[in-house]
Design a protein around this ligand. Structure first.
Ligand SMILES: Nc1ncnc2c1ncn2[C@@H]1O[C@H](COP(=O)(O)OP(=O)(O)OP(=O)(O)O)[C@@H](O)[C@H]1O
Length: 753
């Protein structure tokens, strides 16, 4: 028997042994779960049997409480274990399917023999709990699998590190418990394996990449040095994938002190949220909180206000005439200097200029805005604005108590008391007797109650430091900057209780600086995907909101779709003075076939740095049409044809939503069942989709058809990046229609790979 055959048989035999171990553990766990379940049920049913309820004497009450507490603790401990067992059982079920995907044989310096380290999505011990049958991919020793080729290697430990030699590095393809393939590899984790993984069809949900994490991606995943990690990666280089594996890694590494609830992912759109929602559960971890910046601001918005969505904002600027007041305002509101200018404005407000709100009680001004301002500016100027506001609030609380006492005996209270219902009377009566408050008669208590109810909204306002007129202060900022026209334009929107997207971050930033930021103490790590689309002030806002939180920013400057990104700022560029930042660059694109990568990289400056992964496929095609009718006809037939021939997802990508609607109608007319994706879509329903570029961000499709890459649609510099983003969504096939003259960005591009 050849060595190869022998090894294959040995590996097969080992796999069987491990699987039978898993099955044994699973059965044992099942028994434990059943027992525990019975325990829990019994405890619930007999909860009161062992509790002697005696409330006669204070001592008896205490004893009763103690025995109840003991029972409740026992019950909750059992319930917790039950949950834990369930989790373990799920992990075992996953392991049973594919226990491991890799192996390294590592000989530690000083040892004579190498240990075989098998790596999978979770650790597994042998029967006697002595040896590791499988190591979790996140264990320190497993890091060598991703970081080193056979030869000298090391891995970190708490007391320094371990050095040694990797004598073998192997990969396995295991499906439904069967060994389907194995390869010995060098540094790159198996081209064979990657080929087979990347050649697959897209799926409606992103998959985990643990089995084939590349070395540079591993640096992203395990990085813990810097407070801010910037990952700058070309389209399809695995930024999102690496970020999600990073979450899983951090949850494993810090499992004693951190859980999924301590992390937030800011993603580009709700569809993307859904797209990535399966990766962590697939790895046996809970999902982290996901939101979009828009959803976040919406939660903060006062009642009755409307916040423009970033998509509506984009649509506006994609179809707006240049040099409108709003587009000039946009430049200022997203300029890299805005943060500093707001800082300067805030520091000027320390001496003068704060605008307060009149405080009303019983329909009259109780304390006027001028009185508040006077009081505020009489306080020590060295105290910060939020702290001075706290002092103002304390002063108001005292005044309110006096006012309350004064109001109690006024005529309006008599009137209101007559209107009180029976229930309120009864409660007041009971309260007087319960509290043995002889001094306070029922009537007095009712008066107090009536006044308290009336002042409640005012008290709430004071407690929330809701004393400043932040809207006016925000508008005043633009006047202070001598940008009167922009101030007026903002006034106009604010009068209609509309907040434009570009106003949200500076507005809430200002509010937080003035009133003190809301606390998000439990958030330990935030991830910002598609960070290139964030303006300076949006990032500054988040940094200010989460001052003690680590941040991972992921993005690609070439995929910037927002107008402000041309303003010369990118959150992905490391600040020179900032020591706590680190940047990792990913240049290899895994999503698309080589011909597609070779085509798309010509669209952008410095595209030649982008490396493609050797995967073949048809060349991208540019199809010219001369009229709208021809365009409709040809695109419809092409899509119909694709549906018949190409399995998987097909996306027709347009520049704006209005164009998506039009294309969708064309396809409907042809009897093709397509899903029109809008900003509220959270699920893929059809394999054929029509959507604007900004909603396709971060997502991928087997086949992409660009609706109209003509110069009509894509001619400004900014359009270059939109087109690049759209084309790089394609995994296997890419078609570009151009109705009329092709865009200058694709004219003359080579379609050869
Ligand atoms: N190491 C890897 N092994 C297998 N597949 C990978 C690997 N890295 C990336 N991929 C695949 O490449 C595709 C692109 O990955 P991902 O979406 O994470 O990239 P991205 O950099 O976030 O892309 P974009 O910025 O263009 O949205 C996905 O299908 C992902 O599964």
């Amino acid at each position: 028997m050849s060595d190869e055959h022998k090894e294959w048989d040995e590996e097969k035999a080992r796999l069987q042994t491990v699987i039978s171990q898993i099955q044994k553990k699973k059965e044992q766990l099942q028994e434990d779960i059943s027992e525990l379940k019975e325990d829990v049920l019994e405890l619930r049913q007999t909860f009161w049997d062992d509790v002697t309820v005696n409330l006669d004497e204070p001592d008896d009450v205490i004893e009763t409480q103690a025995s109840m507490k003991q029972r409740a603790e026992l019950l909750s401990e059992r319930e917790r274990s039950h949950g834990l067992f369930h989790q373990q059982s799920k992990t075992l079920r996953r392991l049973e399917d594919a226990p491991y995907f890799g192996r390294i044989d590592f000989r530690e310096d000083g040892d004579t023999e190498a240990e075989s380290v098998y790596i999978g999505i979770a650790s597994l011990m042998d029967e006697n709990d002595e040896e590791f049958l499988i190591y979790d991919w996140r264990a320190p020793i497993s890091s060598m699998y991703y970081d080193f080729a056979p030869g000298r290697a090391h891995y970190p430990t708490l007391d320094g590190g371990v050095e040694g030699e990797i004598t073998l590095k192997r990969q396995y393809i295991v499906k439904s418990g069967k060994l389907e393939g194995m390869f010995d590899t060098g540094l790159t984790i198996g081209d064979e394996l990657l080929q087979s993984l990347l050649g697959q069809q897209s799926s409606p949900q992103m998959k985990s990449i643990v089995a084939s994490i590349q070395r540079e991606q591993n640096q992203v995943i395990r990085n813990e040095k810097s407070k801010t990690l910037i990952v700058h990666g070309v389209a399809g280089s695995g930024k999102t994938s690496a970020a999600l594996q990073r979450v899983a890694y951090l949850l494993y590494k810090h499992r004693e002190k951190m859980n999924a609830g301590n992390m937030v992912l800011f993603s580009p759109n709700p569809l993307f949220n859904r797209y990535v929602s399966n990766v962590l559960p697939e790895l046996g971890e809970e999902n982290l909180q996901q939101t979009t910046l828009h959803q976040h601001f919406q939660k903060r918005l006062a009642k009755g206000w409307q916040l423009e969505s970033p998509y509506a904002h984009l649509e506006y600027f994609l179809s707006e005439q240049e040099n409108s007041v709003r587009s000039r305002g946009l430049e200022i509101k997203t300029s890299p200097q805005l943060g500093e200018q707001l800082d300067a404005y805030l520091s000027s407000l320390s001496d003068a200029g704060l605008i307060f709100k009149d405080l009303f009680l019983l329909g009259d001004i109780w304390v006027s805005k001028n009185q508040l301002q006077e009081y505020f500016y009489r306080l020590d100027v060295n105290i910060s604005i939020p702290n001075r506001l706290e002092l103002v609030a304390e002063w108001l609380q005292t005044m309110l108590r006096i006012t309350e006492r004064e109001e109690r005996y006024k005529a309006w209270v008599d009137e209101e008391m007559e209107m009180l219902d029976q229930e309120t009377y009864r409660r007041a009566y009971e309260k007087v007797h319960q509290t043995f408050n002889d001094q306070m008669s029922e009537e007095e208590l009712l008066r107090k109650l009536v006044v308290r109810r009336k002042v409640k909204p005012l008290r709430r306002k004071i407690e929330a430091f809701d004393l400043l007129d932040v809207e006016s202060l925000y508008i005043q900022f633009y006047r202070w900057q001598e940008n009167k026209v922009i101030a007026e334009e903002t006034v106009y929107a604010f009068q209609n209780k509309e907040m434009h997207w570009e106003d949200a971050a500076p507005f809430f930033f200002l509010e937080d600086q003035l009133k003190g930021r809301p606390a998000y103490a439990d958030i330990r790590h935030i991830f910002i995907d598609e960070a290139q689309d964030y303006s300076g002030i949006q990032i500054r806002y988040l940094q200010n909101l989460f001052p003690y939180t680590r941040m991972t920013l992921l993005g690609d400057v070439n995929q910037a779709v927002h107008a402000h990104t041309s303003a010369g700022y990118s959150p992905l560029v490391q600040e020179a003075a900032e020591k706590n930042q680190e940047t990792i660059t990913l240049l290899r694109s895994y999503r698309s076939t080589q011909p597609i990568v070779e085509f798309t990289k010509q669209l952008i400056p410095n595209g030649e740095q982008i490396e493609s992964f050797e995967r073949s496929g048809p060349r991208p095609e540019i199809i010219k049409t001369e009229s709208l009718e021809q365009h409709e006809q040809s695109l419809g037939s092409m899509v119909e044809d694709l549906q018949k021939r190409a399995p998987g997802t097909i996306a027709v990508i347009t520049k704006t939503f209005a164009e998506s609607e039009q294309v969708w109608q064309w396809l409907e007319k042809k009897g093709l069942n397509a899903q029109l994706i809008n900003e509220h879509t959270t699920d893929f329903k059809e394999e054929l989709m029509v959507l604007p570029i900004y909603l396709a961000k971060g997502i991928e499709f087997d086949v992409v058809v660009i609706d109209d890459a003509s110069s009509n649609k894509y001619h400004e510099e900014r359009d270059r990046y939109l087109l690049y983003t759209a084309c790089t969504r394609a995994m296997h096939e890419l078609y570009l229609y151009t109705n009329g003259q092709p865009s200058p960005f694709i004219t003359g591009l080579s379609q050869e790979s």
